[in-house]
Design a binder for this molecule. Structure first.
Ligand code: MG
Length: 278
């Protein structure tokens, strides 16, 4: 991109900020600090050397940390692994989790998979999170039972409050803002990317926590994007408040909080869960 179009309309202070990271621009930054943008642009354009002009807009800091990506959905090197199935003993496999009602998580762990044991209650992470990237894989029962909301229902609650629905939505009609990958009762997924019963499915969730002011008033609502089996189904939508079954949601101030998985009386399974703190 030509230097002229990169700097068009940029205030002098902006150019100074950028120049601070380019040693050869310290002299230039001093020259343009106190002049209007148009004059600063003229000064940049007055630099005869093409490379030096281009360097004005090069940022060298902060240098992104090195992360080794995972393969096939496995955790990147900077992720916290919440469940990877590598430990098959029940207690070991759910070390990162606890029952919402207190005590150890009571879900079944076998063959690298954890499965809801109906009536044992929701489970949640022992750690608390705010802004995150979350990857998980889930599977509704191959043996199809029930219809609508009663078929392969579970859920991923960010901060224990904001549910991304887990449901067998393969040839299973229900209200659209309650199907798989909906932000429950708030946002219909853009498409239905569901696989059939018994197939492993992926969610990749990018979540920004709400911000609250000193008086408790929400000053920035939570927002979320979701990939379902690699397909974008929630595109940076605004969350209106905690998930409610009936009525309009309303924010109540809170701090960082666990990720919660729902026991909705269906034996839904999970594996390969990891999170990156943003
Ligand atoms: Mg649910």
């Amino acid at each position: 991109m030509p230097i002229s179009s990169r700097t068009t309309g940029a205030p002098g202070a902006f150019l100074v900020f950028r120049c601070l990271f380019v040693s050869r621009c310290f002299v230039l930054s001093g020259l343009i600090a106190a002049v209007p943008a148009s004059t600063a642009e003229n000064n940049v354009n007055n630099i005869k050397d093409f490379t030096e002009r281009a360097n004005v807009t090069n940022l060298w800091q902060p240098e992104p940390p090195i992360v080794t990506p995972g393969l096939d959905g496995r955790a990147p090197s900077d992720a916290i692994v919440l469940f990877d199935g590598s430990k098959t003993a029940p207690d070991d496999g759910l070390l990162e989790w606890e029952s919402v009602s207190g005590g150890p998580a009571k879900w079944q762990v076998a063959d690298g998979v954890m499965t809801v044991v109906p009536q044992t209650g929701d489970i949640r992470t022992k750690r608390e999170f705010s802004d995150i990237q979350l990857h998980l894989e889930w599977r509704s029962p191959r043996d199809v039972q029930g219809e609508g909301q009663s078929r392969g229902n579970s859920g991923v609650f960010l901060m224990e409050r904001y549910e991304v629905q887990v449901l067998d939505s393969f040839d299973n009609l229900t209200y659209a803002n309650g199907q798989a990958a909906s932000v429950y009762k708030q946002h219909i997924p853009l498409v239905n990317a569901s696989l059939g019963p018994g197939a492993w499915q992926t969610y990749d969730i990018f979540f920004t926590a709400p911000r609250f002011g000193d008086t408790g008033r929400v000053i920035q609502s939570a927002s979320i994007s979701v990939l379902h089996n690699g397909v974008l189904v929630q595109n940076h939508v605004t969350i209106q408040g905690p998930t409610t079954y009936i009525g309009a949601p309303s924010y109540v101030p809170h701090d960082a909080a666990p990720i919660r998985l729902q026991d909705h009386n269906n034996p839904v399974s999970f594996r390969n869960i990891w999170v990156r703190v943003l």
